[in-house]
Ligand binder design. Structure first.
Ligand code: ADP
Length: 247
């Protein structure tokens, strides 16, 4: 299978704090990559670099046929094209509180992508149906549970029609009983062949859904491979220690 995403030599510091020293990995098209690791190890920083929310100091990220070298100046149109290939689902949904669910989902396509409103609305209704919220289209975010809001966040990201979906701990802000519904939606997307990179603490979920697991530690991908290896029989003592602590 060909790679949709390749990352080479990714580096990022905040002031004197070197967070990413040399991150490299590949994500084949149609697969799910789970990113795990200790708190503060730089998982979110990797994700934010992948959609250039924070620009890496160095490294080449290739998404599809577009390779961007962040060690060199990047012009605005290239950056815009690069960003449009991914969509991020955050820890908490960041929905616009004064807009309905449907309006939240069509905002990106209509305002950013300048798509006709009728088309965007039809797509949004289909996506809301896909995340199990067809009947909530005309409600406001405050009328929804945290898990439902997070599923709207997923529909909103899908509405941008990205090649690659990025999830930053999509269930960590939710009450435990709401986690399952969100994970189910992500699993459905995986089954449908969506390419996704998911930062998660849900090890059991990673085991079920991921094709590969990256253990980020010390600014590098310290261990990677299929979940049956990394999560069950890790080679490195650091990985073993980490899993023991959180399982
Ligand atoms: P993780 O997602 O693995 O918990 P993060 O990527 O959020 O880790 O953060 C890695 C390190 O970078 C942490 O020490 C964090 O405090 C620091 N960091 C993240 N973002 C910023 C920022 N915008 N400014 C300064 N430090 C940051």
């Amino acid at each position: 299978m060909s790679d949709l995403l390749t990352v080479r030599g990714l580096r990022k510091s905040f002031g004197t704090l070197e967070v990413l020293r040399d991150i490299g990995f590949d994500v084949p098209a149609g697969t799910v990559t789970a990113v795990i690791g200790p708190s503060g190890s730089g998982k979110t920083t990797v994700l934010r670099a992948l959609n250039a929310l924070d620009r890496a100091d160095a490294g080449v990220i290739t998404i599809g046929d577009l390779a961007v070298d962040f060690g060199a100046p990047v012009d605005r149109s290239t950056l815009a094209r690069f960003r449009s290939r991914t969509a991020m689902v955050f820890q908490s949904h960041n929905l616009f509180p004064h807009r309905t669910v449907l309006e939240n989902v069509i905002e990106g396509p209509v305002i950013v992508q300048r798509r006709p409103r009728a088309d965007a609305t039809a797509d949004a209704r289909r996506l809301l149906d896909q995340v199990g919220l067809a009947e909530k289209a005309d409600q406001y975010p405050y009328q929804l549970s945290g898990g439902q809001q997070q599923r709207v966040g997923i529909a909103r990201a899908l509405a941008l029609d990205p090649q690659l979906m990025l999830f930053d701990e999509p269930t960590s802000a939710l009450d435990p009983e709401l986690v399952g519904d969100v994970l189910r939606v992500i699993k459905d997307l995986a089954t449908a062949g969506r390419t996704m990179v998911i930062v998660t603490h849900e090890i059991r979920f990673a085991q079920q859904v991921a094709d590969q697991v990256l253990f980020v530690d010390g600014g590098v991908v310290a261990e990677s491979g299929p979940p049956s290896r990394v999560l069950v029989e890790p080679e490195r003592p650091r990985t073993r220690q980490f899993l023991k602590r959180i399982l």
